[in-house]
Design a protein around this ligand. Structure first.
Ligand code: HGY
Ligand code: MN
Ligand code: MN
Length: 412
């Protein structure tokens, strides 16, 4: 094996030190000073591995090992550098470090590939900061919503454009730097599974066949605030009650479909937010995912029907639903999967082909090029929590499969 576990461990534990705020788990939010430190560390390591490094208009770090025929489209590998609040140290980072270790392997072996190899660290994949997700890759692929960089704002009310500018970027350059079909030959991403499958089946690697589709919404319900004690139940326009009915309708429908569709409400804001005041405004998130987009439509129909019923039963209530992220389900490239499988078998790594329930930047790049993903096990299937853990040995094995596959692809 060329790739080194100790080096991967050093990279991951070093990057884990860069935190945007104190608290449980990993808190590294795009475009904060901690994010800058992590980006600078990765850029330095890329340079040491002989890569030419640049940073693009959305703050992605791209390190390129120039091939003998630089006119050929590069093969790209990497993942995201940001974390969820109170997340883990492996989500995204494992994929960046695996791609970085592959670059070191090329360098240490003195290999100049025919086609360039590019290692990338992508910003703002997670989404909680600006209430969306996959921002870095969507910006690079021209998949932003109209005026998203000015409309989507953080908890301090700052737009993405304002935060990017404060980070030293020029958001107006995003459009001119977009990648198009043919610009990259392929995108491969190593990522922790974030679910229980590999861990439960004592396997050490997953070859992803497909990534589920997802829709993300903010629902705003407006009602009438009043005294919690003196207002009879029959005289209320209680926005939390309407939310509770809508969330139950969505979750019950997902469960009843029984096709793996999932429904989550992870963000709830009430106004004015005092325990003895009936809230006159509730904003909550809906994250719905499925391999079958019709199932997501069915779930959202049930949510809307519930909100309509609440509104009919109570003229004091009104609501709006805003779409914040849409990503179609995608299939991974068959020939890339076969290449990964061959390398995995050559290394005698116990593996299986599987579907990803989590979303990834790969699903964005998939619209413009062949893509593939390598999964490594999540202990106890946990992720997006401080307990997130993946043995470094598994990441190194995955990095070796990635490297051998990149060797093959960059020789074509
Ligand atoms: O939510 C997701 O699936 C990813 O972790 N952003
Ligand atoms: Mn991730
Ligand atoms: Mn994540």
């Amino acid at each position: 094996m060329i790739t080194k576990t100790e080096q991967i461990k050093k990279d991951i534990t070093t990057i884990a030190r860069f935190q945007s705020k104190k608290g449980r788990g990993c808190n590294r939010f795009s475009y904060t000073p901690a994010f800058r430190q992590a980006a600078d560390y990765i850029a330095e390591e890329m340079k040491k591995a002989g890569l030419t490094v640049r940073e693009n208009a959305v703050g992605a770090i791209l390190g390129t090992l120039q091939g003998e025929q630089p006119e050929l489209a590069p093969v790209v590998s990497g993942s995201h550098l940001d974390s969820v609040p109170e997340g883990g140290n492996f989500d995204g980072i494992a994929g960046i470090c695996a791609a970085l270790e592959a670059a070191r392997a090329f360098h240490d072996a003195g290999i100049r590939p025919r086609r360039s190899f590019c290692c990338i660290a992508i910003p703002e994949e997670e989404g909680p900061q600006f209430g969306s997700g996959l921002f870095g890759s969507r910006a690079m692929c021209g998949q932003l919503y109209d005026d998203e960089i000015h409309r989507f704002r953080n908890a301090q009310g700052q737009s993405i454009a304002e935060v990017l500018t404060a980070y030293g970027k020029n958001p107006e350059k995003i459009a001119s730097e977009m990648i198009h079909k043919g610009d990259w030959a392929a995108f491969l991403e190593l990522h922790i599974e974030q679910g229980p499958v590999l861990d439960r089946e004592h396997l050490e690697l997953g070859i992803v066949e497909a990534i589920v589709g997802l829709k993300y919404y903010f629902v705003t319900i407006k009602g009438i605030s009043n005294h919690a004690g003196a207002t009879p139940m029959t005289m209320r326009a209680d926005t939390v009650l309407a939310m509770a009915n809508a969330v139950s309708a969505g979750a019950d429908t997902a469960l009843t479909l029984g096709d793996g569709t999932v429904f989550t409400t992870g963000m709830i804001q009430t106004h004015p937010g005092a325990g003895n005041i009936i809230p006159d405004k509730t904003v909550f998130s809906i994250d719905c995912r499925s391999r079958n987009m019709n199932s997501i439509e069915t779930v959202m129909k049930a949510v809307k029907a519930s909100l309509e019923t609440s509104k009919k039963q109570n003229s004091g209530l009104s609501y709006t639903i805003e779409e914040r992220l849409h990503a179609d389900p995608v299939e991974m490239d068959q020939s890339l999967q076969s290449l990964l499988e061959t390398q995995t078998q050559l290394l005698h790594i116990p593996y299986k082909r599987m579907c990803s329930g989590a979303g990834h930047d790969t699903m964005v790049f998939n619209h413009l090029m062949p893509t593939a993903m390598i999964f490594v096990p999540s202990r106890d299937g946990r992720s997006h929590v401080p307990e997130e853990w993946t043995d470094y040995r598994y990441i190194q094995q995955g990095a070796e499969v990635l490297y051998q596959t990149l060797r093959h692809l960059t020789a074509q």
